[in-house]
Each structure stands twice: as C-alpha cells, then as structure tokens.
Write a protein that binds this ligand. Structure first.
Ligand code: NI
Length: 261
C-alpha cells in the first residue's frame, strides 16, 4: 500500500533519539514519502538537512503564524534563499493564520502569509497552509492574492474548518489534507467534510508528533500511523483502503511534484 505522509515534523526533539527506527516503521507500513515541515528558520534548516540525509524525506520551509513574531530580521531572507536553492524543498510553509493560539499579532501573521504565497507563486511550488479559527481571513487573503496575481497551488493542512470553508478552498484550487483529528469519535462533522472532498483534492498527513489517530491515541504520533487515518477515510468515503491510498498518493505526487520512489 503506498501512502504519502504530506505533513510531519520529524526534526522535533521527540524524534531525536529514534528517527531511523521511526522511518523503518514508516517504510514497513507502506509509507513511500514523508514531507517534513519547518515552522521557523532553525526547523526549516533541519528539515532540509534531514531530507538530504534520508531519501524517504522531502522538505518544506517557512515560518508558521505562531512563530512570526519571534523571527529575527534576517530569517525570512534565509528562508527565501533556502527555497531558491535547496533541491529537497517541495513546498513553501507552513504558513497561514491562527487566532486560536494568538501568539503573534494578526496583521504580522497576514503579512507573512502573503510573503509565503508570493514566494510559492514565484518559485512555482505549492504552499502549505495552517488555519486555526481564522477561516474567513484565510479565504479572504487567498481570494485577494489570486485575484491580483493569479492562481497558487497548495493545501489546507490538518483541515479543521467547516464544510463551507472546505468548499471555498476547493473552488480556489486548493487540496484538503486530513490528519488524525478525523478519527476522533467526536469529530462527526469533520468526517462528513472529508467524505465530500473531491477525490482529486484529498490528501492525508500525520502532523506528527501531534494529533495521533485512533486507535493509537496517547502515543507519540509518527508517519507509520498515517495508515490509521487513511483506513478511516476510506471507510467514510465508501472505498477500499487500496483505492484511498492510490488516489491520495497520486494527488500528493502531483501537488508536490514527487517522483515515485
Ligand atoms: Ni505542522
């Protein structure tokens, strides 16, 4: 079964002691590729370093909205230079907007979101969008930049919005990625949304080490567990896990221009 974990944070300290074993379990579970994602300059640098070291990995670089107020003056320029030059980078992000944690001033979050969108567009790479309790503003910024500068490819990662937002994002050309939250018993609405995403717009991810899916909740999340989310998604969409694997893997390869391993 080919799976692609489109969103992981393998550079986090919780993987420092056993990353080779984590990657071996991923391969054993059928994960053919993992995108490890930066949330600031240091973790973007380490994402690139890990992807150079392990062929199973690709990387994404960016400054996540909760971290934009901590960015040093040269950090954005360094992200741009990395994105322009490093061959392991398949996407820009994660970026986006977040009112849940409210750790950075919202106008600064929006300015960085627009910078990431412009960089992604200039380099012809997809953008990885984090959105938490900021759906209307995320759609507004996307609409404005698409109207002004043209389409941008990308994904709403770890989607947690409502059905209307999902539909608006699909209309804007984006993909919708489901993480372990979709397996939590209380998330009926999210399962209904996941069931309705067009087949060519659906991605899967772990967002590990966070958001561990049922039935392994309570453990540290890791890429091998993407299979649990995938099986749940297959059942809510009324297709086999094999079909779900093939379609989400094809979508991820297309969006991130990943070669088949
Ligand atoms: Ni993330």
């Amino acid at each position: 079964m080919p799976w692609i974990d489109t969103h992981a944070h393998l550079q986090e300290h919780r993987f420092a002691a056993d990353l080779p074993a984590v990657l071996a379990r991923a391969t054993e579970a059928g994960v053919e590729r993992i995108i490890t994602i930066g949330i600031d300059l240091p973790t973007s640098r380490s994402a690139v370093q890990l992807a150079a070291q392990y062929p199973l990995l690709a990387s994404a670089v960016g400054i996540q909205p909760n971290h934009v107020s901590e960015a040093e003056p040269g950090d954005w320029d360094a992200i741009v230079t990395l994105a322009e030059t490093d061959p392991t980078i398949v996407a820009i992000g994660e970026t986006g907007l977040d009112r849940y944690w409210d750790r950075s001033p919202f106008p600064l979050q929006e300015e960085y979101f627009r910078r990431h969108l412009a960089l992604a567009r200039r380099l012809g790479k997809p953008v990885i969008i984090h959105c938490r309790e900021a759906e209307a503003d995320t759609v507004r910024v996307l609409r404005e930049t698409i109207a002004a500068d043209g389409p941008v490819a990308g994904v709403m990662h770890s989607f947690s919005g409502d059905a209307a937002t999902a539909e608006q994002c699909v209309q804007l050309g984006l993909l919708i990625s489901c993480a372990g939250m979709v397996t939590f018993p209380s998330n009926t609405a999210l399962r209904e949304i996941a069931a309705a995403v067009p087949a060519d717009r659906l991605l899967i991810e772990t967002d590990c080490p966070y958001l561990t899916p049922v039935p392994v909740r309570g453990q540290r999340n890791e890429p091998a567990f993407v299979a649990h989310t995938a099986k749940l998604l297959a059942s809510v969409r009324g297709i086999s896990p094999e079909e779900l694997g093939h379609l989400t893997t094809a979508n991820a390869r297309r969006l991130f221009a990943l070669s088949a391993n």
